[in-house]
Write a new protein. Structure first.
Length: 222
């Protein structure tokens, strides 16, 4: 689990170093008429968005691996994560057939019996998706908190909502050419982008800390 987050933080730290280098470059309009340096700043949104997508894509496998390694029983899992484990059963509930009725009954019975379910958790990474192909944003962190029933807020800072929204919107603007990358880059100073990278690293550290506590509670449970 920690390696997934440490990889993300290292990529963001590398981006921070790149932005620090950009901040030392002289950029008079006559020299950078074509906006080469501005495009370099716009790239930062793509990097931050890409790091988040990679993290959310790799997180289910890391979660499943660590849960299996600790031999955690199903009754120790929050119902949100149990629901993810039962993805195949939920897919059977979508119509009005007898089979769908039986599937819904089995799911509800499983929820009632959850506290006595001593089965060890098997690999569930194929049933859990935190990256669905859309750009990662607030909803992905909210889903992580709901799945694990983590305490408190997913946000490390009240501004994290705006941080993720800006990364998501600007990343899509650049990647899909909904705005000229030169204009996007010229709208943000390197120092401001560095502050965004630092805030994103702090958010990932916040999430990792909560997940580590979650594992610690289950590894010390009788």
């Amino acid at each position: 689990m920690e390696s997934v987050f440490s990889d993300a933080v290292e990529r963001l730290a590398r981006e921070r170093r790149r932005l620090e280098h950009l901040s030392t470059q002289v950029e008079p309009q006559s020299f950078d008429r074509d906006g080469f340096l501005a495009m370099g700043r716009a790239l930062s949104y793509v990097v931050m968005g890409g790091v988040l997508e990679c993290l959310m894509r790799d997180l289910p496998r890391a979660l499943a691996t660590d849960v299996a390694a600790l031999k955690i029983q199903r009754n120790s899992l929050p119902l949100g994560l149990v629901a993810a484990l039962e993805a195949a059963a939920f897919r059977k509930c979508g119509d009005g057939t007898i089979g769908a009725l039986l599937a819904r009954t089995a799911i509800l019975q499983g929820a009632v019996d959850h506290s006595a379910d001593l089965r060890l958790v098997e690999d569930f990474s194929d049933s859990l998706k935190l990256a669905d192909g859309s750009t990662v944003g607030q909803k992905n962190f909210e889903a992580l908190w709901a799945l694990l029933n983590l305490p408190g807020e997913w946000r490390n800072s009240p501004n994290d909502v705006f941080l993720l929204r800006e990364i998501k919107d600007k990343r899509n603007d650049v990647a899909h050419w909904e705005a000229d990358p030169v204009d996007v880059g010229r709208s943000k100073r390197p120092t401001s982008l560095i502050e965004m990278v630092d805030q994103l690293i702090a958010l990932l550290d916040h999430a990792l800390l909560h997940i580590c506590y979650w594992f610690e509670e289950r590894s010390t449970a009788p």
